[in-house]
Design a protein around this ligand. Sequence first.
Ligand code: APR
Length: 230
Amino acid sequence: MNKIVILTGAGISAESGLGTFRDEGGLWAQHAVEDVATPEGFARNPALVHDFYNARRAQATGARPNAAHQALARLEAEHRGEVTLITQNVDDLHERAGSRNVLHMHGELAGALCHSCGHRWPAPVVMHAQDPCPACRAPATRPDVVWFGEIPYHMDVIDPALTEADMFVSIGTSGQVYPAAAYAQHCGRLGAVTVELNLEPSSNSRDFAETHYGPATQVVPAWVDRVLNT
Ligand code: APR
């Protein structure tokens, strides 16, 4: 299994204290998606959107990587092949656990973007819509995250990685948001081994040849041990 592609979702950060989206009481039970995770919502009320992401940025800053993040960093360091880590998460817990090759397909809380000139810069802890862009000075600051209806980042790297994968592993995601939700079926059809590591069966669990259910801090380190010792 030389080339391993991993996809992570909010569930891998749940035991670090960061909320998931669709579990009971999750972020989408507390906030209307159309208000805080769409370009239209940002245009209507940028302050509400910044409040939502400022709160998540502060929470992520105070969180610590857990054993699942650390196990994936160990896999990247010790696996005798290529490990590509694609995450739907916008926190930096993978990086803080030591993973280096991380593709944030939905952007990062740590990033700011000017929606006037497209300039990107490191996000301040607290961001406001009127903050002037460091490049063009326009009061046009937004979080550098991908909202519904926008194109995910790094697809030019993700697509070939999926095509070449010998193994595709999905961790902590409900499998409800595309294009990520189609990756297991795509890789399986190309002959890759497909593995789901999750608290419970996801919406696309039938797309996986191998499944292990339980808390990520238990099932991910156990799976990494098996992969490194085979
Ligand atoms: N260990 C493992 N899995 C867990 C744990 C845990 N401790 N806790 C929850 N999970 C699982 C849930 O069973 C669920 O399948 O994590 C998954 C979380 O699903 P969602 O809340 O839908 O999060 P995610 O799949 O990452 O959402 C994808 O949707 O709203 C967009 O941009 C947002 O990136 C996000 C995307």
